[in-house]
Design a protein around this ligand. Structure first.
Ligand code: ASP
Length: 471
């Protein structure tokens, strides 16, 4: 007999079926045991009456505890009207067990899995993440994440985008954060950097004529955690397109998001369609920030208030806490250093750089920034001017030799955006923390208690890399 999903038992009344999964809860009523069996799809009530079971099953019934993995053969039966459980997808039926096989036993888990209060602390949850992920809500979140990513992939493919994997062993990408470095064994003393974003590659792909690129891209930034920022790595839906105006980029992104929400989360309401477009200036004046929460009812979990923030200043004044890595004393890029200034403001680059507005666009959702992008500079003279203004030395400019080279050979005007998948999911799923939508996140202080990393490495490995650790 083939195993069926717990949820497939509905509609199979009187049939003999085989289900497999974990014991979520066990309740005893005299000699009868009720086992709630859990698989990825749901929870199913199994009634184990000794007289109905074969001999071997009768013998082991007493030992079965929560989180044991079982195979159960039994007959689907309708529940009496009073026993119907509206909270369960399988709530109208149950299985009368005939045969139970223990596939694997379980010790008592370090925390209760079926506990909505999530009393276990973060350290414990992440140390035993494979148990934490068994919780219904966590399963739902991982599945929702897959649904959202699959939707975007399909939508983008239908709209002529192609997905391209850009290197992970890369070179420092100046997105403003600290890099993770990877020592090279073959070139001792030299380092790769993990990409903070595939920004440079995607621009070079436009030079290559790809026209429409996307990637579900891991991005690595060595930053301290904040509530809405994960330490280490996160995922972006990285997109770039050629020959498109800012208007067209925003329109395409907006259509894709709207269709995604309407298809996958029909219970959600988008507050305003088309999404409002707010000047950066106005947003700062009116809301005091550039990611305003425009929900009409902040208690409504199903409200999604998207807004575009546009007309950013090209440069941001540097402060000591928030300094763009590598930039000079005065100006840093407001988004990244490849963002194009508005044509009409180009003369101000010489006279009043602080007043130059750019083609940056940020996507705000319920008070979070869930994406940012821009139309890029495709004229090297302007790119150099921007580098000068952010205080790049000749040495630093040399690091972008490939731009100088590539831009000599016909660059299409281009631009893009990179919605942050983790943050987007956190907001849509109504979670308060990015960790709830990531299968294996790091702790807030950047560790993985499950694999116990980062970890020391042996002397041999260090020698091979030509490294020694400063004590
Ligand atoms: N690379 C940018 C970022 O990571 C996104 C973009 O401009 O497309 O923020």
């Amino acid at each position: 007999m083939n195993r069926i999903k717990t949820t497939e038992t509905v509609g199979k009344t009187s049939e003999t079926v085989l289900v497999k999964g974990w014991v979520n809860v066990r309740r005893n009523m005299g000699k009868i045991a009720f086992l709630d069996l859990r698989d990825r799809w749901g929870i199913l009530q199994v009634v184990a009456v000794p007289a109905e079971l074969d001999e071997a099953s009768q013998e082991i019934l007493g030992n079965i505890r929560p989180e044991f993995v079982l195979a159960i053969e039994g007959v689907v039966q309708d529940r009496g009207a009073k026993q119907i459980n509206k909270d369960l997808a399988t709530g109208t039926v149950e299985i009368l067990a005939k045969k139970i096989i223990v596939l694997s036993e379980s010790e008592t888990p370090p925390f209760e899995i079926d506990n909505e209060e999530r009393q276990a602390n973060e350290e414990l949850r992440l140390k035993y993440r494979y148990l934490d992920l068994r919780h219904e809500r966590m399963t739902r979140n991982i599945v929702a994440r897959d649904n959202v990513i699959s939707f975007f992939r399909e939508w983008l493919h239908k709209n002529d985008f192609i997905e391209i994997q850009t290197p992970i062993l890369s070179k420092s990408t100046p997105e403003g954060a600290r890099d993770y470095l990877v020592p090279s064994r073959l070139h001792k003393g030299q380092f790769f950097a993990l990409p903070q974003a595939p920004q440079q590659y995607k621009q070079l792909l436009m030079v290559a004529g790809v026209d429409r690129y996307f990637q579900v891209a891991p991005c690595f930034r060595d930053e301290d955690a904040r509530a809405d920022r994960s330490p280490g790595e996160f995922y972006q839906l990285d997109m770039e397109m050629s020959f498109m105006t800012q208007e067209e980029i925003l329109d395409l992104t907006e259509r894709m998001f709207t269709e995604m929400v309407e298809t996958l989360f029909p219970e959600k309401k988008i507050t305003q369609k088309p999404w409002p477009r707010i000047d950066h200036d106005e947003s700062m004046k009116k809301y005091g920030n550039d990611k305003p929460d425009l929900r009409k009812d902040k208690n409504d979990l199903n409200e999604l208030a998207f807004a575009w923030i546009v007309n950013f200043p090209l440069f941001a004044e540097q402060t000591d806490e928030d300094r763009f890595v590598g930039a000079g004393d005065t100006w840093g890029p407001s988004h990244n250093m490849f963002t194009a200034p508005k044509e009409e403001d180009i003369p101000l680059l010489d006279s009043d750089p602080g007043k130059v507005r750019s083609y940056q666009h940020d996507l705000a959702l319920n008070g979070f920034e869930v994406g940012g992008g821009a139309v890029r500079i495709h004229d090297m003279k302007i790119q150099e001017k921007v580098w000068d203004l952010i205080g790049f030395s000749d040495e630093q400019k040399k690091q972008f030799q490939h731009y100088y080279e590539a831009f000599k050979y016909g660059v299409p005007p281009h631009g893009g955006i990179a919605p942050g998948l983790d943050r987007l999911l956190m907001v849509i799923l109504g979670e308060k923390n990015l960790k709830e939508v990531t299968a294996f996140p790091l702790t807030s202080d950047g560790r993985d208690p499950m694999l116990d990393s980062p970890a020391d490495v042996g002397k041999e490995q260090l020698d091979e890399l030509g490294l020694s650790i400063k004590k």
